[in-house]
Ligand binder design. Sequence first.
Ligand SMILES: C[S@@+](CC[C@H](N)C(=O)[O-])C[C@H]1O[C@@H](n2cnc3c(N)ncnc32)[C@H](O)[C@@H]1O
Length: 317
Amino acid sequence: MSALPGFVSGALHAKLENVSRTDLKARAQRMSDSYRGGGTSAVIRSDLDALAYAIVRMPATYAAVRAALAQTAQIVPDFGPRTLLDVGAGPGTATWAACDAWPSLERATLIDDNSHLLALAQAMQASLDISAQRSAMAAALPDAASADVVLTSYVLTELPDASLRATLDRLWDKAERLLVIVEPGTPNGFKRILACRDALIARGAQIVAPCSHEGRCPLADGPRWCHFSARVPRSRDHLLVKDANVPFEDEKFSYLVAGKGFPPLDRGRRILATPKVDKSAVTLTVCTPDVPEQRRVARGDKDAYRAAKRLDWGDAI
Ligand SMILES: C[S@@+](CC[C@H](N)C(=O)[O-])C[C@H]1O[C@@H](n2cnc3c(N)ncnc32)[C@H](O)[C@@H]1O
């Protein structure tokens, strides 16, 4: 379970002082209704709207990015980036997750066209040098400095389909080593990830995660979609504003990490669903280049069974 880092939750807590929870709840509800109806974060039009976003959505998007980066770090454990470009950064969610995954980071540039969300990011005192640029990405990207890692989280879903390819090309051009894309774990989110995967492979990208190969995705035409799940602890204010009583939620996400200049990688095979454990075996749904495969590890095979019981959805074996 990945909770927001202390300096982020501390900054949010300070902003919440004297803010009516009833008002915050109404703003969060408006935002959820807009998202559910296919709307975008354009509905965030004030500092209080931005705070409502940070309370109800930021813990989940943080947990998703953090989980994707944990899976990435297992494939490239020696990679220690120094610079980051976070595009559609909002309150800096993906940047804070990257700081946690890669303490080597020294500098981050955050681009977003929403001044309220960007102001929230600037209120957080991170241990790295932050430069925030309020601009639409189409205008900012051509002149942005390239970075070891380019990250974009829950952003492509807000762009018109027609601009996806040009945006992706710009993001890839700015990435010195890795481009990380995180999207909602829905069939549509996966469709966008798949389109990005095809386009990036055509441009010579190495797929670092979650895939174990650059061949055709075995889920491209089937009924299932490649997505993962991150458990998110809910703060008291999160529970209050969302009118919830379960102290956690599960955020579903799809992601893609494309790399440049890495040696051949040992990527293993990704587990595509929660392992099924019963008295006789652990059954794993594993991605292979052809079809997702069911692998049964029988209880009789003691060491393998014990190891399989420790595995989770999203792990690579
Ligand atoms: C759902 S929020 C995600 C924020 C953050 N990346 C996260 O994961 O929590 C989408 C963000 O993308 C930004 N955005 C959308 N379209 C944009 C564009 N064309 N140029 C710059 N920022 C954009 C929005 O302002 C918003 O901050």
